[in-house]
Design a protein around this ligand. Structure first.
Ligand SMILES: Nc1nc2c(ncn2[C@@H]2O[C@H](COP(=O)(O)OP(=O)(O)O)[C@@H](O)[C@H]2O)c(=O)[nH]1
Ligand SMILES: [Mg+2]
Length: 443
């Protein structure tokens, strides 16, 4: 989906559908409009998540960026202090985009003679945050440095969040990330590869992690200016090491996935896909893909319940193509609409009669006339789209073969209404002009 024509075409399709809804009264139109908005936010307005990193030099900010990507994208362990005002930085990779504002240890200036610098640093951070508003603040502290020593850092974070709230009226989520948990005692017990150790030794180490998590959480909760922002305090290991040739020597990441889950839940819809794509957390990929499937399927069902002649002119196909493109994208791949159509053809969906994706909007406009009637029933539109989503999830996320995806597609259609699949949303009575359910099945 890096290609903007996809988003432009989808945007045009959604706008055309919305335009037609203008003519329709009632609940169905309202429900479809809601879903259109969600689909637009997730797919058309998709953007990089934006994180503010607060943490001293060496607290592991760059390592965390690398841990999210699973690759070396940021320079680690730079001893030299960076100069100049902090700026948003976009990591723009094939894997996806993430935006970070590294506050560069503005909280390190506690000595009186540096107080001015700290104030200046805060002002320049706030100025930068006016250009792009952040989605979350990540407060990083080393597991071995948790305690009274972070009071000053929390002071600064409190000031930052208060100023932001006064200015923009938003309560940003604050996630405390306790880094380098692998270095807690017992040091030789490795959290990322626990199998070789005795349960009681592992238990001891995990208890220590829990203990520092609780310490940080308690400190945060004592502060009125932070308490309401607090989301989680989570201990991780972000350590990876690379050889000179760029290959990874070791991967000692631990609980980065859990951190991603917390962030995911707090992000606006527009920023979720990108995080899930970058971080490759499979259960989140599946969750995102499933909720998109449900969303698109129920919108297709809604459309089929209107007198808009969706069955024959391609919006359903277009939306299903968009769904496949999106699921492929979430999985870390980047299928074009053409590839998605090929996928649909390969699993057995009849896409031949559908219009080409970019023709849809035009076709829709051409076909608006009263009483045209529908060739696809709501439940068929729902089941058909749901089955397409299920097959795409199996293929792109679970990595099954195309034959198996085809089997899943058939199965998903056959098991419509099972507890396995979500129910078709309750829609009001179909508007007249539609033939009986199941009369024709193009979905
Ligand atoms: N063992 C271990 N070392 C880490 C971890 N995270 C960062 N480091 C190391 O800590 C040092 C500073 O990390 P860096 O990411 O550059 O910190 P930054 O200054 O906040 O960007 C580097 O030597 C990293 O390899 C971790 O989770 N475990
Ligand atoms: Mg750094």
């Amino acid at each position: 989906m890096s290609d903007d024509p996809f988003r432009r075409d989808l945007s045009a399709t959604l706008a055309a559908i919305e335009g037609m809804l203008g003519e329709l009264p009632g609940d169905v139109a309202k429900q479809i409009r809601h879903k259109l908005k969600d689909i637009r936010e997730i797919l058309v307005e998709r953007r990089a998540p934006r994180f503010v990193l607060v943490g001293r030099r060496g607290s592991g900010k760059s390592s965390l960026v690398n841990a999210l990507y699973g690759e070396r994208v940021a320079e680690v362990g730079h001893v030299k202090a960076q100069t100049g005002a902090p700026r948003w930085f976009t990591y723009d990779r094939d894997e996806g985009q993430l935006d970070f504002l590294d506050t560069r240890g503005f909280q390190e200036a506690h000595r009186p003679e540096e107080a001015d610098d700290a104030a200046t640093a805060l002002e320049s951070i706030l100025l930068e945050l006016e250009k792009k508003s952040p989605d979350a603040v990540l407060f990083l502290v080393k597991a071995t440095e948790v305690g009274a020593a972070i009071d000053g850092d929390l002071d600064e974070t409190e000031t930052l969040l208060e100023r932001l709230r006064r200015k923009h009226g938003v309560g940003l989520p604050l996630v405390c990330v306790i880094t380098q948990c692998d270095l807690l005692e017992p040091k030789d017990v490795t959290l990322h590869a626990p199998d070789a150790f005795e349960p009681r030794d592992l238990q001891e180490k995990r208890e220590r992690v829990k203990h520092v998590e609780r310490l940080v959480e308690d400190q945060v909760r004592q502060r009125p200016g932070l308490r309401d922002h607090f989301v989680a305090s989570i201990g991780i290991s972000a350590y990876q090491s690379w050889r000179d040739d760029g290959s990874r020597r070791s991967d000692q990441r631990w609980r980065v996935d859990d951190l991603v889950s917390f962030l995911f839940e707090r992000l606006p819809q527009q920023a979720r896909m990108e995080l899930v794509r970058v971080a490759r957390v499979q259960h989140l990929q599946r969750k995102m893909a499933k909720s998109l499937t449900t969303l698109v399927a129920s919108m297709c069902a809604g459309l089929a319940a209107t007198p808009i002649p969706v069955g024959d002119i391609g919006p359903l196909t277009s939306l299903q193509v968009a769904l496949v493109v999106a699921i492929g994208y979430v999985s870390g791949r980047d299928p074009s609409p053409e590839t998605a159509r090929e996928f649909l053809g390969a699993i057995g969906v009849n896409v031949g009669i559908g219009f080409a994706f970019r023709e849809t909007a035009r076709a829709l406009v051409k076909f608006i006339f009263p009483g045209a009637g529908n060739l696809v029933s709501a439940s068929v539109a729902f089941a058909g789209t749901w089955a397409v989503g299920s097959a795409a999830i199996a293929y792109f996320i679970d990595g099954v073969s195309i034959e198996e995806a085809r089997r899943r597609w058939r199965l998903a259609r056959a098991t419509e209404g099972d507890d396995e699949s979500p129910r078709e949303p309750q829609l009001p009575e179909k508007t007249k002009g539609s033939p009986a359910e199941g009369e024709r099945d193009d979905s």
